[in-house]
Design a protein around this ligand. Structure first.
Ligand code: CTP
Ligand code: MG
Length: 556
């Protein structure tokens, strides 16, 4: 018997966001069937990058007529797409049909003359639009619709969650509200492209690529923008004119190690961003980190940016997560909810420290989904087995090979609901033997921990590294306690769900309350035994119940 066909991907992926433009609005909602072939990560990156190169960022006066604005810019060529957003002022993102339009626009633009200060005449694709005659336009004042770049407020989120029909509906709603929008994705690629123009002042052929949650389909609105300065020439060398007995190399300066080269490059780029980069503020050079970086705020887009170089493996892990995110529509819904849950309880923060990171949480969800029966996600080793010769990829001696064509991976036959998966996720990690075992998505099974760090999650490509090495025992304990409490709340609610009219937070909404212990269902059941004992007993009873159920089911 063949299982019913399930949707292959959730449409919020970057690839789907692309297609969404051609679809009537609303037809690409989460959970809807999507049988169209899915784009490869590299294809999406290439298309987005090319789109960003035809795009400009314009700071606009608040009172502006959209029609006149577009007419004015169209002098330089046809416009393919545009949107406005607000971030300490009104901004427009304008995508021309042709790159040449940007030259034309730049040619007609001048560097402002200052009265008390002096301008550094860096001619970028970030412009300032002024009204020649402000009083002329104010009278019309048509409403400009600006696109939202922020996640929903807690109040709005709670309302939406409380009005949802089921826990599955809640998880999908949360995903829809938090995932990066088409506009936000465009703005991220545009910001990278603008930074690339600055880096190109030193390295004319460089590429600045977004990686991490901006592109791996797990980014929440408001997440940072990780950028990778790619100076590698591979793929750019033309082979013709290379015939003959000679080989030409560039004369270069040598330094003692790759790390020092990275530090030197980032150091000058950091200076350049600080001195010449329009809108780049708060530039910090963090060159002694394991992975040296330049951190800054891009004020106009509102993104906190981390620029690294020589970090090709991280780009590869973004590609892997992109694949996992696109394989099954439940993956992103579950990851988003777990990320929001962790944030709501301060398990994650925006400051680096002994906390669990979103990247680690995503790995935990993937690992958990590999453990289901039948598995919802394949192991990395099986993705490697499926790889073709053209997928082969070795980076710094690490084998990073896996199949890149999503359409060649068989969808899972598992039909568990998100509600079950969320509950089981909390139960699984509430009882995981963290003191002995390591999480490993390559093999998809628990391994003995190679060292004594409290939480060990193997880096999928640099297998000797632990991606959660920073996590302290007390932070891990906090995660475990919260996971147990959450499993318990969901279990209890199952028996005794508040009626929709009671206006009480239920399901996911109850789990996201900043203090779980305040939640109604828990308060009601509170007795004098210590919480840990109560929870242990409950979990034991849940466990024995589920074992019983499983035995009964299997016995049929
Ligand atoms: N990374 C890694 N090992 C780590 C931390 C990060 O390989 N210990 C890589 C991952 O590819 C990750 C990327 O660096 O996706 C960016 O790291 P970070 O910004 O911390 O995580 P994101 O996945 O971008 O999540 P967030 O939304 O929290 O920024
Ligand atoms: Mg990030």
């Amino acid at each position: 018997q063949r299982p019913a066909f399930r949707p292959l991907s959730s449409p919020g992926t970057v690839a789907a966001a692309f297609r969404r433009e051609e679809l009537p609005s609303g037809s690409a909602e989460t959970g809807s069937e999507d049988r169209s072939p899915k784009k490869r990560f590299t294809e999406v990156q290439k298309e987005r990058r090319e789109q960003a190169q035809r795009t400009v960022l314009i700071h606009c006066p608040n009172k502006i007529s959209e029609k006149k604005f577009l007419k004015y810019l169209s002098q330089h060529g046809p416009i393919n797409n545009h949107f406005f957003y607000e971030s300490f002022g009104l901004y427009a993102v304008v995508e021309f049909c042709q790159k040449e339009s940007i030259h034309s626009l730049k040619n007609g633009t001048h560097t402002p003359s200052m009265v008390t200060e002096a301008a550094i005449p860096f001619r970028s694709r970030f412009f300032n639009l002024k009204l020649k005659n402000p009083s002329n336009q104010t009278s019309e004042r048509p409403y400009i619709q600006s696109s939202n770049q922020l996640p929903p407020s807690s109040k709005k989120l709670f309302e939406l969650l409380c009005n949802a029909e089921s826990i599955d509906d809640q998880l999908n709603t949360l995903l829809k509200e938090f995932q990066l929008t088409e506009e936000n994705t465009r703005l991220r690629y545009l910001t990278c492209s603008l930074i690339e123009d600055i880096a190109a002042a030193y390295f004319p052929d460089c590429t600045v690529r977004p990686f991490g949650s901006s592109v791996n389909t797990f980014g929440k609105l408001g997440c940072d923008l990780d950028m990778f300065l790619d100076l590698d020439e591979i793929g750019k060398l033309s082979t013709h004119k290379n015939i003959g007995n000679f080989l030409v190399e560039f004369q270069v300066k040598n330094v003692p190690s790759e790390r020092i080269a990275t530090q030197k490059i980032l150091s000058v780029i950091g200076e350049c961003l600080d001195h010449f980069g329009p809108s780049c503020v708060g530039v910090q050079k963090i060159l002694n980190a394991r992975c040296p970086l330049v951190r800054f705020s891009h004020q106009a887009s509102g993104f906190q940016c981390d620029l690294t170089t020589n970090n090709r493996i991280a780009l590869k892990s973004s590609e892997l997560l992109y694949i996992y995110g696109a394989l099954d529509s439940r993956v992103r819904a579950l990851v988003f909810s777990v990320r929001c849950w962790a944030r709501a309880h301060s398990l994650t923060t925006s400051i680096p420290g002994a906390w669990i990171t979103n990247f680690s949480l995503t790995m935990m969800v993937i690992f958990f989904l590999q453990q289901r029966s039948p598995p919802i996600l394949p192991t990395l080793d099986s993705l490697k087995t499926l790889a073709d010769a053209e997928d082969k990829c070795i980076i710094e001696g690490n084998n990073c090979t896996f199949i890149r064509d999503l359409n060649k991976i068989k969808p899972s036959e598992n039909t568990e609901t998100l509600e079950i998966l969320l509950k089981e996720f909390f139960e699984y990690f509430g009882n995981f033997t963290f003191n002995k075992n390591s999480i490993n998505i390559r093999q998809g099974r628990e391994q003995n921990k190679p060292d004594s760090s409290p939480l060990h999650i193997q880096n999928p490509f640099e297998t000797s590294l632990n991606i959660s090495k920073n996590v302290s025992q007390s932070q891990l304990q906090k995660f475990v306690d919260l996971a147990r409490e959450s499993a318990w709340i969901l279990q209890e609610e199952d028996k005794d769900r508040p009626s929709p009219s009671s206006n009480q937070p239920w399901g996911l909404a109850a789990l996201l309350l900043s203090s779980i212990t305040n939640s109604k269902s828990l308060a009601k059941k509170k007795n004098k035994r210590p919480a840990s004992e109560r929870i242990r007993n409950l979990l034991d009873s849940i466990k024995s119940n589920s074992t019983e159920n499983a035995t009964t089911a299997n016995g049929k």
